[in-house]
Design a protein around this ligand. Structure first.
Ligand code: PLP
Length: 562
């Protein structure tokens, strides 16, 4: 008995020490993960979902809408008059477009959603009653859209980024595609011969070995991540705070997804702490990068519905982002992590070779979409040979399944071919040369005009992708989208957070946009929406809104609720 106690005690001690070591290691890695999160709510997916669940709806009534920042009475009156003038203008100018929008809204859930999330929710009721955005357009030509009432709008929506070369190009590419693939028609499963040329061109553009075709950017990203998990035999994907990669669950771990994404880490982009996590964890299969985030690292897509103050900011530093991607590449190499560049948005927009060419980084996989379809819906994944393989030679039942009815649709493939072949033309090459210089100069021209007029608005840009920010504290910046529409500038439902220009904008077109943009800002200022208490700051506005939210949640009226 006594003889035995030595080894038994030792064994117990060793087991205890091992358990303690494991716990300490786990704790350390947990702490490293916490440190690698961005401090915003967007950086904490679970918490953000919990907080979202706590916010109760409340709306300002008609008199409160214009007094949320305690303006002088004449300012509130001017705001109300300006708002009603816009409402009258919308009703008189867009009658048929509005009638159809109103008639179908009940039956289109997407439209109900976008129309609801256009402005901060407190202001929503009055806006929806009077300034609902018309949802229909009849035609496009050059850089102009025409609605059902014959009104013309300069298009700043860029069709979510699809419209790179101008709508007329895509009309032509679709028409030629229908002609080229027409003899085959919508035969699926077998390929139209044009696929061979597309594959060769995509391999050359991406510098990668294989290609798979999908129906949307979301699907291409899904397939990239699934393959990365299959080949690394690891579970987790890393995405960076605020980055959009489509709408499937694993890349939307926070607000918007009803269930938690348990195998997703959301890390702080451009941070040493994130690199440390990538260097040390063993469960990370891949890192997803959306280079659009270079314009606003760690911030969500800048929708006007989140414009409760003027805190939104953006600044693009190409060199800093290139340096970050280089560090990321090196860490991925060290730890066997697949680097997936999601070029669905910026691919072909910033350079023919996308992010890899523009920032000088090599990816293991690249996803493309949007404009690559030549005007038709598409997603494409390019990757290294060993990563694209969907089965194992020595384990015949261990496959990584991916199919899709409409993959490689003949019409889409033919339209894509029109787009890809256009990239080789001298016209396209001339367009890409000096692209940034052109769009940076245009952004500066607009900013200069805004500064000269002392208007509290500025733009920042990543080439032809722009975002508007506001330079003085205000609760009403979201109104600007409605003034812009009244001046004939069409924005997407995100509003002023994202303007996307097609590259066929001439200097004359752009000059007209500048004039209208400035006129819209002047009208909004005249109507008193940019009045602010000299003591107000973005922080004080946020604090006040928070107080209101808490008061409505917990059933008390906040002392300063309007
Ligand atoms: C970077 C990025 N990835 C993926 C997607 C999803 O593409 P889709 O809307 O075609 O599914 C988008 C769409 O905006 C995107 O910008």
């Amino acid at each position: 008995m006594i003889m035995d106690s030595g080894p038994t005690t030792f064994a117990l001690f060793a087991a205890g020490a091992a358990a303690l070591t494991t716990s300490v290691v786990k704790l350390k890695s947990r702490l490293a993960l916490s440190r690698a999160k961005h401090r915003s709510l967007g950086g904490h997916s679970r918490l953000s979902r919990r907080v979202a669940g706590l916010v109760s709806f409340y709306a300002y009534d008609e008199s409160q809408v214009f007094r949320s920042d305690d303006p002088p009475e004449e300012t509130a009156t001017a705001r109300r008059a300006g708002f009603m003038r816009l409402a009258k203008l919308y009703a008189e100018r867009y009658p048929q477009t509005m009638r159809l929008t109103t008639d179908v809204k009940d039956g289109i859930s997407d439209l109900q959603f976008t129309d609801t999330y256009r402005v901060p929710f407190q202001f929503r009721e009055l806006v929806q009653r009077h300034l609902s955005a018309p949802a229909f357009v009849q035609s496009s030509q050059g850089v102009v859209l025409t609605d059902l009432d014959g009104n013309h709008f300069y298009d700043l929506t860029g069709s979510y980024g699809v419209n790179l070369l101008g709508y007329d190009f895509y009309k032509g590419s679709i028409a030629r595609a229908v002609e080229r693939a027409g003899e085959l028609g919508p035969v699926l499963g077998s390929y139209h011969p044009v696929v061979a040329d597309n594959v060769a061109r995509l391999k050359a553009i991406s510098g990668l070995d294989e290609v798979s075709f999908h129906m949307s950017g979301t699907e291409a990203v899904m397939q990239a991540v699934r393959l990365a998990r299959y080949h690394t035999r690891r579970t987790h994907l890393v995405r960076f705070c605020g980055a959009y990669h489509g709408w499937w669950g694993d890349v939307q771990p926070g607000i918007g997804n009803p269930i938690p994404a348990r195998e997703t880490y959301t890390l702080n982009e451009m941070s040493e702490a994130a690199l440390r996590v990538l260097r040390t964890r063993r469960d990370i299969a891949c890192v997803l990068v959306n280079p659009l985030q270079a314009l606003h690292p760690n911030a969500s897509p800048p929708a006007d519905s989140a414009l409760i103050d003027s805190g939104r900011s953006a600044h693009f530093d190409r060199q800093a982002y290139a340096d970050w991607l280089k560090e990321l590449r090196a860490v991925c190499d060290q730890n066997g992590i697949i680097l997936i560049v999601d070029d669905v948005f910026v691919g072909f927009r910033i350079a023919p070779g996308g992010t890899q060419e523009y920032f000088g980084v090599r990816a293991d996989m690249v996803t493309y979409g949007k404009t690559l379809g030549g005007g038709l819906p598409v997603g494409v994944l390019c990757g290294r040979k060993e990563l694209m393989k969907r089965y194992r030679n020595n384990r015949p039942l261990d496959v990584c399944f991916a199919r899709g009815t409409f993959n490689a649709h003949p019409y889409v493939m033919a339209a894509m071919n029109e787009f890809l072949r256009h990239l080789d033309t001298p016209e396209a090459q001339a367009m890409y040369a000096g692209l940034d210089a052109l769009w940076n100069a245009r952004a500066e021209r607009l900013n200069q005009r805004l500064r000269e007029r002392k208007l509290p608005v500025q733009v920042a840009n990543l080439s032809s992708i722009w975002t508007v920010s506001y330079t003085e504290p205000s609760r009403y910046n979201w109104m600007f989208q409605f003034y812009l529409r009244a001046e004939g500038l069409a924005l997407s439902w995100i509003g002023t957070g994202r303007l996307i220009f097609s590259l066929n904008y001439t200097d004359a077109d752009f000059a007209a946009v500048v004039d209208r943009f400035v006129a819209a800002a002047e009208a909004m200022r005249r109507d008193g929406f940019w009045w602010h208490d000299p003591a107000a700051t973005n922080k004080s506005i946020k604090r006040r809104v928070l107080r209101e939210v808490l008061a409505h949640r917990f059933g008390r009226r906040a002392d300063r609720t309007p």
